[in-house]
Design a protein around this ligand. Structure first.
Ligand SMILES: [Zn+2]
Length: 480
């Protein structure tokens, strides 16, 4: 049933490509076989913003894309290529969201042997939110086994979606999941995560000092990079947490937690420490903005761009089981506003000091919508003092470097994978122009605006039909 649905969606998608006005084949459609034809495109007359370190714009260029990759720039167009008119448009690398929490099949309730997930997610629906926003790579910071299946579906081409980097979360204290309270348990958790197929380790707040340091050391020994929270145990000694093995701090507020008065003196200390250890930062400015909105009122939720596209279960959770709104008083709201202010200053100070910043959203937290939120984050980075170009670097070249795939994605260069976004206007002039998406290449497959809109409207209709059928509070009783 599920496979059949995907096949239907893909057939519709091919059909739409054929009838879409902006794509014309140079040769007769009948004369080439379908799969070869779909793998060869020429984008003509386009202005390329390559996001290489020189970042020299190539105006009116021809880009040939074949077999998932950028085959040539400004070379002759192969006969059988599908032509996409890029005149007056702008081409940037696909965007990378470096902090998401994926939406995958979840087993909420009691299970019995042989039972799979009790809550099944349509992978294409979940991935569509990234697709329509030109997010071609995501970094899941609390990945589960289900995400591997999603990643395979995308790699196979059954589902259109982003590349996925997956981090295994390790926490201390008590509770579910990978819990480690001794250095030996920490090291073993890392080795098991590696064996399960994870590429990265996410460290979390309740780890004790010794265990955190052991995890970071073991991870690097295993060739895995470490990202995450600064454990609370370091509240009297942040300098001991920022070690070279700690590759990236996952939120600006992880630093804010370490400051009693949000002073500039503290910011300067954090700059010094991060610079010394070579630790990068994903600010996730949008998260606190959204948490503040929700603390003030839940009215903001329904007005969010993209809200109608998220699964009815999550719509219900955000509207009716929302923890950010519970018990929020003026004092809490004032604190959140101070925090926003601190985060902005920290971001500007890190940028000025040359500490690499990468864009991430914490998508999946209530109010932070997968895909859409990254464009909000780019706007907030510019508001905090980055230039539009620096904001774009934080969502393209730099994250590809941190993930260790800078030879494959992150810039527009011959030989790299064709993860590309075609924009109607220049994002270097106004960062909001990243939202004017005319189409995008996902691993060399062209998805036009028309296809995106068609898929969105279909999803919106189905969601509307299912509103009321999913209640977060009754999720353990779901049986679908
Ligand atoms: Zn997160």
């Amino acid at each position: 049933m599920f496979q059949q649905k995907i096949r239907i969606i893909i057939s519709i998608f091919y059909l739409l490509i054929l009838i879409s006005g902006c794509v014309k084949t140079k040769k007769d459609v009948q004369s080439t076989n379908a799969s070869a034809k779909l793998d060869l495109y020429a984008l003509t007359g386009v202005n390329i913003i390559p996001m290489t370190s020189g970042n020299e714009i190539i105006t009116g260029a021809t880009v040939v894309i074949r077999n998932h990759k950028i085959e040539s720039i400004n070379q002759p167009v192969p006969d059988s290529a599908q032509i996409i008119d890029g005149k007056g448009k702008w081409l940037i690398p696909g965007l990378i969201d470096m902090h998401v929490h994926g939406f995958a099949d979840i087993n909420f309730g009691e299970s019995y042997p042989t039972q799979g997930a009790t809550f099944f997610v349509n992978d294409q629906d979940a991935m569509l939110l990234y697709v329509v926003n030109g997010i071609t790579t995501i970094f899941d910071l609390n990945a589960r086994v289900e995400n591997f299946a999603q990643r395979n579906e995308i790699a196979e081409g059954n589902v259109i979606g982003p590349r996925m980097a997956l981090a295994a979360l390790i926490n201390g204290g008590e509770g579910d999941g990978r819990i480690a309270n001794t250095p030996e348990d920490g090291r073993q958790s890392v080795r098991m995560a590696k064996a399960e197929g994870y590429d990265f380790i996410k460290v979390y707040s309740q780890l004790n000092k010794e265990t955190f340091l052991a995890i970071a050391e073991e991870a690097v020994k295993q060739g895995m990079k470490v990202v995450g929270h600064i454990p609370n145990d370091f509240s009297d000694s942040i300098e001991k947490a920022l070690v070279p093995n700690f590759g990236m701090v996952a939120h600006a507020e992880e630093f804010a937690k370490q400051s009693n008065n949000f002073s500039n003196k503290d910011i300067q200390l954090f700059v010094q420490l991060a610079k010394r250890s070579g630790t990068w930062l994903t600010p996730t400015l949008i998260t606190i903005e959204r948490i503040t909105d929700q603390a003030e009122s839940l009215d903001s939720i329904k007005k969010l761009k993209g809200f109608s596209y998220i699964h009815p279960l999550m719509q219900d959770k955000w509207l009716h089981s929302n923890n950010y709104n519970k018990g929020a008083d003026n004092k809490r709201i004032a604190h959140l506003k101070d925090l926003i202010n601190f985060n902005n200053q920290l971001v500007k100070a890190f940028q000025d000091a040359g500490i690499p910043l990468v864009a991430g959203t914490d998508a999946g937290c209530s109010g932070v919508i997968w895909g859409f939120a990254l464009h909000d984050e780019l706007e907030l980075l510019v508001k905090a003092g980055l230039s539009p170009e620096e904001a774009l670097i934080s969502a393209t070249r730099l994250p590809s470097q941190w993930l260790g795939i800078e030879d494959k994605i992150g810039t527009i260069e011959v030989g790299k994978f064709a993860d590309l976004i075609l924009l109607d206007a220049n994002p270097l002039e106004d960062i909001k122009n990243t939202q004017k998406i005319r189409g995008a290449f996902f691993n060399g497959r062209w998805i036009s605006r028309e296809v995106m809109d068609e898929m969105l409207s279909d999803l919106e209709t189905r969601n509307a039909q299912n509103i009321g059928k999913f209640e977060w509070k009754k999720r353990k009783m779901l049986d679908n």
